[in-house]
Design a protein around this ligand. Sequence first.
Ligand code: IPM
Ligand code: MG
Length: 357
Amino acid sequence: MKYNIAVVPGDGIGPEVVGEAIKVLNAIGQKYNHQFNYTTVLAGGAAIDEYGECLPEATVEACKNSDAVLLGAVGGPKWDHVPGPQRPERALLGLRKALGLYANLRPAMIFQELADASPLKPSILDGGLDILIVRELTGGIYFGEHVTESGEDGSVTAYDVEKYSDYEIQRIARTAFEMASKRNGRVTSVDKANVLDSSRLWRKIVGEMSSDYGNVELDNMYVDNAAMQLIRDPKHFDVIVTGNMFGDILSDEASQITGSIGMLPSASLGTGNPGLFEPIHGSAPDIAGKDIVNPTACILSAAMMLRYSFGMAEEADAIENAVNKVLDKGLRTADNMSEGCTCLGCTAMGDAILAEI
Ligand code: IPM
Ligand code: MG
């Protein structure tokens, strides 16, 4: 079988990590007899430099016409002066919207070998950590109206609208319940229903949906409490389902509990369009081009691509096992280096993972 992958290396360390992920995909292709074809397109700062816009139509088209999209990262200080609607980050939002990728899966798991890297006490993390954050990705305040207006008295007011419709909540809740039924059977829905109408609707709809999933237990939590419980008792959580902004914030928090944002992949899925797979870390411009970044999150994103878009569970397992073997051997990158381990650069880490496949 042939698979067409649109590749969006993006900015900063994006091209480096994507390069390593492609090496690993090619090794999988050889071993399991699949043909992966790549079409590289620009988005973010790289596209602003080349075409004067962060998300050219040709990029959207190439992504739509692919079987899956692999993305590095976008943004950097070079484009800080660019006005809001044209910022590199808007390329991400635009691509998610154009492809209808409403479900963002962000696993936060602890790799046993890296448990020391977590800022939480071992007693809290005893036995590991495996949370899946299911973040709604094409609605809410990031896609509501954004307005800045001047009053006649010279004052300036800005506002952004948080808005959710029942069907948007239903489909993301379904994703969360489906995921939980294949995991530990628990969904925590996070909202701010004590204050926001949009959250009250969220809670009502998620509650209604739960009756279709007798095997999954649902609890509701306010977002401020959820932020606290993630630190106090992270093992409470199996699947967290929440809106766009709360998911953005809580997924960064959860990544830090695992101690290694450089290890965590993500998948953004919709219906009828290719999925998009990207590491959750950003473009890290300060370490770009130095061959020191950890490519693992992007390599694991490629594994998620195989699992969710191409139905290749065995191949995805092969990548994940290879990552674990490399960690077992004490091989690390600068971001999660610890005593007695060997520190590799980006390319060497890609090679080490490849060698285990
Ligand atoms: C993320 C990022 C993006 C988001 C930004 C860069 C627009 O923070 O993927 O979490 O908020 O979705
Ligand atoms: Mg974020």
